[in-house]
Design a protein around this ligand. Structure first.
Ligand SMILES: [Cu+2]
Length: 465
């Protein structure tokens, strides 16, 4: 039986993680929630979950932070079973900005180009989660606080939930079929730890999941749901529309406007320490030169380490490549640089003109990926005072300095995008549309890190004040 303690401003709660005859997938994770208003006001809550073979932060620092302007994951480290120690992966990760431009240029709509973090605040917009519905029955919940306008802490109950997720998936398996009269089968079920919160910014609800896998992968997923922004029209049939009305007729007299969602994540990786490099590995097709070989082509890799910011600004598309953050000072036993790979999600990039005013203010979406040297003041991709922004304090402006990023403490800025052409099923409330990306170990371990783990049995979490 494992214990979970929870401490919010002196209030201590004891929770017990009941292990019904099996073993938990996770061994030890620490979660701490900090709520900051522009670094001026802090309310800290602290919790500890003891679990196996999971992630643990460096002990004195937080692993999860809910900030006034967003939700942060801080200091996740992974326990390396073979090295018998915790190894750092990230310093901090969070959604830095969410750009939602609508595509109706008429006087009533043209200005609807929202910056959901900078103008509204993902933290301020965080909402309470409903047990058993927003999160599964085995979830535990944490309250959150933010600084009100007069500096007084404002509580949001059940703002974050943490749960083990077992969806019946396979972590790894193999059936060895090549041995006569013998079948060898090994299978491990896939159980991960999920930290979930929801921000409801006006009409939209963003479900933010951070999924930590025992294999070392961290998956970032966002689910879009809630209400579409609509306008009233005289039409009752789509066939009556002769000119561009900038959206889809989703009901009689109702048009839902075209728009985008771009979520820019701040990913401060510290892979086995702060000095890291960004390496882009291209896959290159080559002709077969040898005589008498039936093949005409093959592909191989060509890796290049980005030395300065401009070399790491990428517009991702169909070009096959691997995007890896390595620690050039640490190698595996066989000599590969330890690293973590970014596996992008669906690639929707901005298609507005670059000199369109909202796009100037949101120039941080001009690329899918940026890499910058860590700078304490560069937290919010859209700038510090976004609703007053003229676009002169964005990630795109900072990166013009073209600073050195090789073997430095670097930050990846990855933008996950959605072009949203509404359809009738999205109305009046859209079913959740999800997408995400993954940070996955790449030569970080000497071999499959979960080779010796066993499949866990069901675990029930209970919690009492
Ligand atoms: Cu949408």
């Amino acid at each position: 039986m494992l214990k979970f303690s929870f401490d919010v401003r002196g209030v201590i709660r004891q929770c017990v993680l009941q292990n019904r005859g099996g073993r938990a997938a996770f061994g030890s994770v620490e979660l701490s929630i900090t709520h900051a208003a522009q670094d001026l006001f802090l309310v800290k809550s602290y919790s500890r979950i003891i679990i196996a073979n999971g992630f643990e932060p460096a002990t004195e620092r937080a692993s999860t932070i809910l900030n006034l302007l967003g939700h942060l994951i801080e200091w996740p480290s992974i326990y390396d079973l073979e090295k018998d120690k915790y190894r750092q992966v990230l310093y901090r990760a969070y959604v830095s900005e969410v750009f939602v431009p609508y595509m109706d240029p008429t006087e009533e709509w043209y200005y609807k180009t929202y910056f959901d973090c900078g103008e509204f605040g993902f933290g301020l917009s965080a909402v309470s989660l409903q047990p058993g519905v927003d999160c599964p029955n085995n979830a535990i919940f944490m309250d959150g606080f933010y600084a009100g306008q007069d500096g007084t802490p404002v509580k949001i109950s059940n703002v974050t939930c943490v749960f083990e997720k077992y969806a019946g998936n396979i972590m790894w398996r193999h059936t060895e079929t090549g041995i006569p009269d013998e079948t060898i089968r090994e299978v491990r079920s896939d159980v991960s730890l999920v930290v979930r919160s929801v921000s409801t910014v006006g009409n939209y609800d963003y479900i933010l999941d951070w999924e930590f896998k025992p294999s070392g992968s961290i998956k970032f997923e966002v689910g879009l749901t809630g209400l579409l922004e609509v306008k009233a029209v005289n039409y009752t049939q789509a066939s009556q529309i002769k000119e561009d009305e900038y959206g889809t007729m989703v009901g009689a007299n109702t048009i839902a406007t075209h728009h985008d969602h771009f979520l820019t994540y701040h990913l401060d990786l510290d892979v086995d320490g702060a000095p890291n490099s960004f390496v882009k590995t291209n896959l290159i097709t080559k002709p077969v030169a040898e005589e008498g070989v039936p093949r005409k082509s093959y592909w191989t890799v060509s890796s290049k380490t980005a030395r300065t910011e401009s070399e790491a600004q990428l517009h991702l598309g169909l070009e096959p490549c691997d995007l890896i953050v390595v620690n050039p000072n640490k190698q595996t036993k066989v000599g590969n640089n330890v690293g973590y790979r970014l596996i992008p999600g669906p690639l929707a990039s901005t298609i507005l003109f670059r000199d369109d005013y909202p796009q100037i203010r949101a120039a941080f979406t001009d690329n899918n990926l940026w890499v910058t040297p860590y700078n304490k003041s560069e937290k919010w991709a859209g700038g510090r005072y976004v609703d007053q922004s003229r676009g002169d304090d964005t990630l795109a402006v900072w990166a013009k300095r073209n600073r050195r990023i090789e073997n430095e403490d670097i930050v990846l800025w990855y933008t996950l995008g959605f072009h949203h052409v509404p359809c009738q099923e999205d109305f009046p409330i859209m079913p959740t549309l999800s997408a995400g990306f993954e940070l996955r170990p790449s030569n970080f371990f000497d071999r499959n890190p979960v080779l010796k783990t066993k499949s866990p049995k069901p675990v029930i979490l209970s919690c009492k004040p």
